[in-house]
Design a protein around this ligand. Structure first.
Ligand SMILES: C[S@@+](CC[C@H](N)C(=O)[O-])C[C@H]1O[C@@H](n2cnc3c(N)ncnc32)[C@H](O)[C@@H]1O
Length: 238
């Protein structure tokens, strides 16, 4: 992605490479932002705060980030009695699967369009428009917290993980699926989004969880896809 001003035909090519179309081009032109703001705008539109028809289509598709959802669901082993919070819930597909497992499900996202989509795709889940950095829930409200392909977008991971710990009950489980530095600049984390993302090697990722007060921290790395799991300590060690 070049830094200089883009002309509309060239812009269209960049947008198309991310699966975006005419309405996205119109939204960019309508924004009247300077050309230097394009990469930030694109990162928001595609991933950081998805907006527009193509974003709704992408994040509502049944197979979007299936690999991450499977890994999280296997790790959390949700069942009746569980109360799941998904942060950055996007189109709500993980929430829907949590409901299928008879768990209660709450989704949170700071994109208004994604919260609307999640309510449509996961009727029965509570979906809240809010920010990961300040969770609008009481202490120990959930038995499990998940994040799927969100963590690399967070500028302040310790604040978010500390909030996750706060809202987890004793022995509550955390599962975070994110992208390791080895995938930076590949189709899994393409530019210009990669340069606006936050990537951690496996050790650094574990350290973030320890620093946020979690125990039983583990990172499994499958060809650059990282699954971080951890637990809030039980009553005797909390
Ligand atoms: C790449 S999408 C992933 C969506 C979904 N979890 C999935 O796996 O398909 C990232 C989602 O996280 C949300 N998000 C990013 N940063 C956030 C923040 N600080 N607070 C709340 N939501 C956030 C975005 O709005 C977007 O819906």
């Amino acid at each position: 992605m070049r830094e200089e001003a883009h002309k509309p035909p060239e812009l269209f090519e960049v947008l198309r490479s991310f699966g975006l179309g005419d309405d996205d081009l119109r939204a960019w032109l309508h924004s009247a932002l300077p050309a230097e703001a394009f990469d930030e705008w694109l990162t928001d539109r595609v991933a950081r705060r998805p907006t527009g028809a193509r974003a709704r289509e992408a994040y509502g598709a049944g197979d979007v980030h299936d690999f991450a959802r499977r890994a999280i669901l296997d790790a959390l082993a949700l069942g009746p009695g569980d109360r799941l919070l998904e942060i950055g819930c996007g189109g709500g597909l993980l929430l829907r699967e949590a409901l299928d497992r008879a768990a209660q499900a709450t989704g949170l996202d700071h994109s208004e369009e994604m919260t609307r989509l999640a309510r449509e795709r996961a009727p029965g889940a509570e979906v809240v428009l809010a920010s990961a950095e300040q969770l609008p829930f009481g202490d120990r409200a959930f038995t499990a917290v998940a994040m799927s392909v969100v963590f690399f977008l967070l500028p302040d991971p310790v604040t978010v993980l500390s909030e996750c710990r706060r809202v987890l009950a004793n022995d509550g489980r955390l599962a975070v699926y994110t992208t390791g530095p080895e995938l930076r600049g590949t189709p899994a984390a393409p530019e210009p989004i990669a340069s606006r993302g936050h990537f951690y090697d496996d050790h650094a990722l574990s350290e973030l969880a320890h620093k946020s007060g979690f125990v039983e921290v583990d990172v499994v790395n499958d060809s650059g896809g990282q699954l971080l799991t951890a637990r809030r300590a039980g009553q005797l060690t909390a």
